[in-house]
Design a protein around this ligand. Structure first.
Ligand code: AOS
Ligand code: ZN
Ligand code: ZN
Ligand code: ZN
Length: 406
């Protein structure tokens, strides 16, 4: 991209009150965590495809994640899933990450893979199973201390398939009891991020079905518990940006699991089916980042941006590159919103003017801006091309098939 294209964009933005130097500085602060499970084999309930070159160990997953950061400068941490990423020595995993310029990010307990959890983990009517599930949560708090992770992301598959199958209110109490015990084990700087999901794998009722249930639980647990918004976990038509604004206002938005969805929890590459939604999520976040209330600004600056995708048919590393780049693009566009212009239109009761002030930021081509940022950061202008031109993708084929699967 020529300097001319950037100069043109800079002039154009200056004329509408947007300073691209400030925008570039904000773009350089964007960090998106990638998930270890997004590098392994995954699929649907119909089939898991075995790809050649997929990482065989948690160490190799981190090596693949390092490639995404290397070419984009956007993904300096990796979330881990226990026991999928179980190792004897977490200090070793941490040093391995650090030697590649990465950090271990959120620790994700897994309470859905064992037969015993079929009728629930922390909500199981059997006390012994609840104990086992709570012990796993405590183990994950311990692991987070060893990996230097601040956040533990909690998603529960718990729910029922039929009316009468379980006692909904008892299950609610058991969930709270277990999570309270976990909460007490946290160090003061640590956080519990509570995810919700409207359905699947349970189809009649899910114990944490929506943001309100997660929020209520977080409120009961204490200030170190916050809500995790997975963009794929809502009923059709849900206004996710409204939920985001509401949670920020309550200072309880802990983070995101980004992905795209069309019908359900599709876990497709973020920004591929509804980039405008992602842009509008960033609009709410950026608006709140200018709030007079310091607590709100604080909440915003601690939001954990994470990807949660399962790349079933696509190549894993390019899919993750595409994902973080899509997030960066929508963030860049949202940075072009002139918030004063929106407020002025609101104050004039100018509905179309306000809508226009938001939408037009989305319509700019931010390519010259992203190129300028990458140039200043010493990164390749086209990270995907640079990765594909490297030998990494070919070299890992030597790992063969049958790598880690999710
Ligand atoms: C499941 O639907 C959730 O999105 C979780 O975040 C889950 O832990 C993750 O997808 C890995 O299985
Ligand atoms: Zn998720
Ligand atoms: Zn999900
Ligand atoms: Zn998902």
């Amino acid at each position: 991209m020529s300097d001319r294209a950037y100069q043109l964009l800079e002039e154009q933005q200056k004329a509408r009150g947007i300073n691209l130097d400030a925008v570039k500085e904000q773009l350089k602060t964007l960090k998106i965590e990638t998930p270890s499970w997004g590098y392994g084999d995954s699929g649907t309930r119909f089939k898991v495809y075995q790809k050649e070159g997929v990482p065989r160990t948690p160490f190799e997953k981190i090596e693949d994640a390092a490639q995404v950061h290397r070419y984009t400068g956007l993904a300096p941490s990796v979330a881990i899933h226990i026991p999928w990423d179980k190792v004897d020595d977490y200090g070793k995993l941490r040093s391995h990450a650090e030697s590649l310029g990465l950090k271990i990010g959120a620790v994700n307990p897994n309470l859905f893979q064992e037969d015993e959890y079929m009728l629930g983990s922390v909500t199981n009517a059997n006390e012994k199973i609840r104990r086992k599930a709570t012990d796993h949560l405590l183990e994950c708090v311990q692991i987070a201390k060893e990996t230097g992770s601040r956040d533990i992301s909690l998603w529960f598959a718990d729910g029922t398939n039929y009316p009468g199958q379980g006692d909904i209110r008892k299950r609610k109490a058991w969930m709270q009891e277990s999570l309270s015990e976990m909460y007490r084990a946290l160090d003061p700087h640590m956080r519990m991020l509570i995810e919700y999901k409207c359905f699947e794998p349970a189809f009649y009722h899910t114990d944490l079905a929506d943001w309100g249930m997660s929020y209520n639980l977080a409120m009961k647990l204490g200030p170190q518990a916050e809500v995790l918004v997975d963009t794929g976990h809502h009923l059709q038509g849900a206004n996710i940006e409204h939920i985001v604004a509401y949670l920020i206002d309550e200072k309880r938005l802990g983070g995101f699991h980004f992905n795209s969805r069309k019908y359900a929890d599709d876990d497709l590459i973020v920004g591929t089916t509804n980039p405008y939604e992602l842009f509008l999520i960033f609009y709410q976040i950026l608006l709140a980042s200018k709030d007079n209330d310091e607590a709100i600004r604080n909440n915003v600056s601690n939001i954990a941006y994470m990807i949660d995708q399962s790349h079933s048919i696509e190549q894993k590393i390019p899919a993750m590159l595409r994902s973080v780049l899509n997030v960066q693009t929508q963030f860049a566009k949202a940075l072009l919103i002139n918030h004063d212009e929106v407020t002025d239109a609101q104050n004039r009761d100018d509905v179309l003017g306000a809508e226009d002030a938001v939408r037009k930021a989305f319509e700019f081509d931010v390519t010259p801006l992203l190129h300028a940022v990458r140039q200043e950061q010493g990164l390749p202008l086209d990270p995907m091309r640079a990765y594909l031109d490297s030998s990494y993708g070919k070299d890992i084929l030597a790992r063969g098939k049958g790598g880690a699967s999710w």
